[in-house]
Structure formats: C-alpha cells, structure tokens
Design a protein around this ligand. Structure first.
Ligand SMILES: Nc1ncnc2c1ncn2[C@@H]1O[C@H](COP(=O)(O)OP(=O)(O)OP(=O)(O)O)[C@@H](O)[C@H]1O
Ligand SMILES: [Mg+2]
Length: 265
C-alpha cells in the first residue's frame, strides 16, 4: 500500500468522489466549529479523521450529508462536491442516500424488525419495492455485512435483540441497502467490545473495494490499520492531511506529532 494520494497522478476534479472547499460550520455566530477545511478524497479509499475531543470531527462529517440544515441556527459555508456535484444544489435525500452515515452508538429503529431496518431508508423515503426486491435487498445487504447467516431465521424479530456489534452491522447494512457511494462513520466501534470491533474493522476493509469510507476515530492504531489517508484536526482546522503511513512516521506539523505521540496539551 503505497501513497494512495498519488495512485492517480495529478488527479483532476472528476477523479474525486468528495471535495471539500473552504468548508466552515458554525453553531454560534462568529465562532466556527469547523474552520475553512479543504480536502479532496479519491474513491475506494479509507480516510481517518482524528483529533482531540471537540475539534470538529463530527461537525465536519455531518456537514457532508447535510444534517446541519435540520437546525436553522447552524450555518455551513464553502463548497462540498459529491462526484463533482455541489451537494447544496442536490436533493438532500439524494445526498443522504449517496453519503450514508453510521453513528457511534448502534441505533437500529427499535420498533422495526431486522428486515424492516434494512429497508428503512426506502420505507422512510416512500420508495416502493416489490416483495422479491425487498427479499433480495435484505439478503444481499445482510450478506455484505456478514450478518445473514446469523439472522436469516430471525428477520422478523426486532433489531434491538441483537448484540451491540450485530446491531452496528445491521446499521451498516441499512446504509448499504441504499447503494451509497460514500460511507461516513463517526466512531463506529467506540461503543463495541474488542471482538465486535475487529469484525467491523474487517468489514470496513472489505467495503473499501466497493465504497469510499470516511471514518472518525480516536483510536490511533485503528486509524493506522484501516486508513489509506488521515486527517488531523485541531480547534476546527484541518492541520494535516496526508497518506496515513507518512503522517504516522513523519508528521509535518508539530501539533500532529504531539497528538500522535500522546503528548497533547
Ligand atoms: N449542537 C451543537 N450546538 C452547539 N455547539 C456544538 C454542537 N455540537 C457541537 N458543538 C461544538 O462544536 C465543536 C465541535 O464539536 P464536535 O462534536 O464536532 O467535535 P468532535 O471532534 O466530534 O469531538 P468528539 O471527539 O468529542 O466527538 C465543539 O466545541 C462543540 O462543543
Ligand atoms: Mg464527535
């Protein structure tokens, strides 16, 4: 695994799946929680976002699928391009389908069965599917996350009966069922035990062949194991963005180095 950033030499804008251009997000006027972040992300890569608590990682991730506009007091400026298209000129539902989000705590819909959870994106968007399409989608999505053999006899049971790790895989299946391009994961394993964490990490590496993944993590060894490229954020700013190996061995900024060596603060 050499420098992924250089896999495509001199990439042009249509090579990128995601482009952030001077993205700022503010919860309170005059104070940016994310400050002028610019970065380009190539397809089929895993990008880790690291940085101390409160530096704006989740805020940045939520901007990418337009979750902030559900709250009128939050302002987002700058440009975010998904496959070259400005997300603010797209239908927000389409943005959220193309850029699926997986959260820190597994959050299957408690009133829905396992099968309904997988199909929930379609149900909530009023997209009608035939019975066979539904069956196919439930099976293929659960297969993809390695959950099918564990739950195939319990598709009608509530998703909340599953273990934490299984619930998180169900949530990933629910996102994948919508055939996204980009998976945004906000500390997807921080609420899980080591075995479930391992399982999700393996899954992320498999999913990378088909999807592009941006994962927020506090776990530096996880970032090193999983990611091609890494971002280090501090106080809302993107301090460093580089090939992960490069960043972990030769960080360019003193703050990145201090963070990676645990000497922060
Ligand atoms: N809904 C909100 N309203 C007001 N301020 C917020 C809100 N959410 C986050 N913030 C503030 O924005 C900044 C960035 O928060 P964010 O949650 O993005 O950080 P983070 O890097 O994800 O931290 P953590 O590692 O703890 O999850 C923080 O100063 C936080 O207090
Ligand atoms: Mg966060």
């Amino acid at each position: 695994m050499e420098n992924t950033i250089d896999i495509i030499e001199n990439p042009s804008s249509q090579d990128y799946i995601l482009q952030l251009k001077d993205v700022s997000v503010s919860y309170t006027p005059g104070k940016n929680a994310v400050n002028e972040v610019s970065a380009d992300i190539l397809p089929n890569t895993v990008t880790a976002i690291m940085g101390p608590s409160g530096c704006g990682k989740s805020t940045l991730l939520r901007a990418i699928n337009r979750l902030h506009e559900l709250y009128p007091s939050i302002t987002t400026t700058g440009e975010i391009l998904l496959k070259g298209q400005n997300i603010f000129e797209m239908n927000p539902m389409k943005v959220r389908r193309l850029a699926g989000m997986v959260f820190q705590r597994p959050n299957p819909f408690p009133t829905m069965s396992i099968g309904e959870n997988v199909l929930s994106g379609y149900m909530l968007n009023n997209i009608k599917l035939s019975k066979s399409e539904k069956e196919e989608l439930v099976e293929s999505s659960l297969q993809r996350v390695g959950l099918w053999s564990e739950v195939k006899d319990a598709i009608g049971k509530k998703g909340t009966f599953l273990s934490g790790g299984q619930q998180q895989r169900l949530c990933i299946a629910r996102t994948i069922a919508l055939r996204p391009e980009l998976l945004l994961m906000d500390e997807p394993t921080s609420a899980l035990d080591p075995i479930s964490t391992n399982r999700i990490e393996e899954l992320i590496l498999e999913l990378k062949e088909q999807y592009t993944i941006v994962i927020v993590t506090h776990n530096m060894s996880q970032a090193a194991r999983l990611s091609d490229n890494s971002m280090f954020m501090y106080l809302g700013e993107l301090i460093e963005y580089d090939n992960t190996k490069q960043m972990f061995t030769k960080p360019k900024d003193k703050r990145t180095e201090d963070y990676l060596t645990g000497q922060f603060g």
